[in-house]
Design a protein around this ligand. Structure first.
Ligand SMILES: Nc1ncnc2c1ncn2[C@@H]1O[C@H](COP(=O)(O)OP(=O)(O)OP(=O)(O)O)[C@@H](O)[C@H]1O
Length: 656
């Protein structure tokens, strides 16, 4: 409900106008996002949150991302005492004013207090709206908290049929996010392990997952299901260990700087199509291939031919012009040139070793363009196995053979490239079986060319696998599911379930306003619901790093990027879409649902679908810029605008 301003509020607005005028006179064009007025031993002083630092006679601008007083702004209430350590000095004071401001074309249009919004309306009339900033409703005590242990889940009949399929059958488990694919796959693994144990058959099993986070979770779940001896790896970990064992002469060092184009090329089917040419190709190559058995180290020369021959690369690119454009080819050539150069240490091996030592103990090339000299990419390993097989007809080398498993479980299998699947198929023992679980709608690795489930099974050599299509949703409440489905397919309409508690959709004037709202809401939520597990899921790593840096100054937020170091326990974790595949949290915040981060592209749709399907209870979609066109248009009515202009996402979409 809005109402006219009460006297202290109108005085505050007049005061803010005065501050703004003072700033405009001292620093024309400067903008600010919030004001903190502090009383210290030296008197009262205003500091304005801005994206720069500046100190004037009456006012100071502080950088909201880094200034110590910004921390006071984000964490203190009116009347709070604060104490900061700075340059060995103690800064003490009391918070006298603390509010966000909204400016439009240099004019004051809004002031956000802790419990009220003051807004300038038509005809310059101001009104107040008595509600606090956005809030995430705590979970009701009757809702289940932590995810159920898979051992305690009661499988539905469809799930049970898949788990108890005849032991000699391979299984493909499909279904939307949160339908229980991983749960079924894990139960299947435990079922097969028990059956093998009872029949006194050996049972060596491997589970591959795309991320270290899911690896951690799977290890826990397998232990709970009594199958703790199963090896769980990411594909990269597994293939690296296999290649190191069988091809010990390959470079030890993994490259640190290969760009996405290199990864796309090396995992692309068009690259694999070149392999027979490499093996049987030119006269010179025939010599190398023929000599391969005696000189296995020549494998690296074959790789150099494969990646360093501009004509061959152009041929691959012509077969897939959309994915392998000119920039990909130049990335590959440039990277190859460096990878096949000698490190400075090797090139200068004749020099006294002491003289090559650096002060910090790192290699001379570290941090230089030569950092990747004499290195190998993790993507090369599957290529090495494919080449080796085409040269020798098998996966054995003088150092051993590819490991074989009685059961191989591939979770999130939509992320595996054909050349990787081909290798994995050969890692299944002749009497072994496979379980493949996946959802092509959740494919987020842009370098994977997914060609459909029949093609995946064919690559694995298990075209006869039984398909189990799961149909019951277990993770997300229906309103969240409706949003996720509409992200993939804008024609999907909601089922008319009330959204209120499950969904929060907010738009903010600036990243500073967004962070202030996040801090307020997450502090309130974790206070009201101390056992809640929250993930703030950014699309890109850089966003996660910078958002974490600002959030962590105000609340105990952990950063989980790439290492999968989730606690699976209460708290706030800032992470990325790539990191949360297969995981779930009580509350998920998508803080970057703007048009630049999530444009109308299939990869962005899939990434948002993954993020939006992680919550067990609440989903908060937020943006500090123009809305992403992927925000379902029917959510427009649910958007809470903490901005100065009324904003209808569907009109924005029409405009764009
Ligand atoms: N029969 C069931 N009864 C109750 N809960 C279940 C059941 N099956 C699965 N669940 C729960 O549903 C949630 C999602 O399960 P799971 O992670 O296996 O889904 P998924 O299909 O693999 O999801 P994603 O595609 O996101 O990886 C988990 O919390 C799991 O415990």
């Amino acid at each position: 409900m809005t109402r006219p301003l009460a006297p202290p509020e109108s005085e505050l607005v007049a005061e803010e106008h005065h501050v703004l005028e003072g700033l405009a006179a001292a620093l024309p064009g400067a903008r600010y996002f919030g004001r903190l007025r502090v009383r210290t031993a030296a008197g009262e002083r205003d500091v304005l949150l801005a994206d720069r630092t500046w100190v004037g006679d009456e006012l100071a601008l502080i950088d909201w991302r880094t200034a110590p007083l910004a921390e006071v702004f984000f964490t203190c209430d009116l009347g709070d005492d604060y104490e900061l350590e700075r340059d060995d000095r103690q800064l003490r004071g009391v918070v006298v004013r603390r509010h966000l401001v909204h400016l439009h074309d240099g004019a004051l249009v809004g002031v956000d207090l802790a419990d009220r919004r003051l807004r300038r309306g038509a005809g310059d009339l101001w009104h107040a709206d008595d509600r606090p900033g956005p809030r995430v409703a705590p979970r009701s005590p009757t809702h289940r908290g932590r995810p159920l242990s898979p051992a305690k889940v009661e499988l539905d009949p469809n799930q049970r049929a898949a788990v108890e399929l005849a032991v000699e059958r391979s299984l493909l488990v499909l279904g939307e996010a949160g339908f229980g694919k991983t749960t079924v796959a894990l139960h299947r693994l435990a079922f097969l392990a028990r059956a093998a144990h009872e029949a006194r058959r050996p049972f060596r099993a491997l589970m591959l997952v795309p991320t270290p986070g899911l690896q951690r979770l799977a290890v826990r779940m397998l232990a709970e299901l009594g199958a703790s001896r199963v090896q769980v790896d990411t594909f990269e970990q597994w293939v690296t260990a296999q290649a190191r064992r069988l091809f010990p002469h390959l470079p030890r060092r993994l490259s640190a700087t290969a760009g996405p184009g290199v990864r796309t090329f090396k995992r692309h089917p068009a690259l694999r199509d070149l392999l027979p040419r490499i093996v049987a190709g030119t006269a010179a190559m025939r010599d190398v291939a023929a000599g391969y058995r005696e000189h296995p180290e020549s494998l690296r020369d074959l790789l150099l031919h494969l990646y360093g021959d501009r004509e061959l690369l152009a041929e691959a690119a012509a077969a897939a012009p959309d994915e392998l454009g000119p920039s990909v080819l130049s990335d590959v050539l440039a990277h190859t040139k460096i990878q096949f150069s000698a490190t400075t240490e090797r090139a200068m091996a004749h020099v006294d070793a002491d003289r090559l030592r650096t002060l910090d103990g790192r290699s001379i090339d570290a941090g230089t363009p030569l950092a990747d000299a004499d290195s190998i990419d993790v993507e090369d390993f599957a290529v090495v196995f494919a080449l080796h097989r085409r040269l020798t007809g098998g996966d054995r080398t003088p150092h051993g053979a590819l490991s074989h498993y009685q059961h191989l479980l591939l979770d999130e299998a939509q992320e595996l490239a054909p050349i990787e699947l081909e290798l994995l198929g050969r890692a299944v023992a002749p009497d072994g079986t496979l379980t493949v679980a996946g959802d092509e709608r959740q494919q987020v690795d842009a370098s994977t060319a997914f060609a459909g489930w029949p093609a995946v099974l064919a690559e694995l050599g298990r075209g006869d696998a039984t398909t189990a299509a799961l149909t019951v949703s277990y993770r997300c409440p229906p309103p969240i599911e409706d949003v996720a489905r509409a992200v993939l397919d804008p024609a999907q309409r909601p089922r008319g379930v009330a959204h209120r508690d499950h969904l929060l959709v907010t738009r903010h004037d600036s990243p500073c306003h967004l962070v202030a709202a996040l801090v307020d809401a997450l502090l309130a939520l974790t206070r009201d619901d101390p056992h809640v597990h929250v993930a703030v899921v950014c699309r890109h790593t850089e966003t996660a790093l910078s958002l974490h840096a600002t959030l962590a100054r105000a609340l105990p937020a952990r950063l989980v990027v790439e290492d999968g170091d989730f606690l699976f326990a209460p708290g706030v974790e800032v992470t990325t879409v790539q990191d949360v595949k297969g995981l779930e949290f009580d509350v998920v915040v998508v803080p970057d649902l703007d048009a630049a981060t999530y444009p109308d592209r299939p990869d962005a749709r899939r990434a948002l679908y993954v993020a939006a399907t992680r919550p067990l209870h609440r989903l908060w979609l937020a943006s500090a810029g123009p809305w992403s066109p992927l925000l379902p248009s029917w959510l427009g009515g649910h958007v809470r605008e903490d901005t100065h202009v009324s904003h209808d996402p569907s009109s924005e979409r029409r405009a764009s």
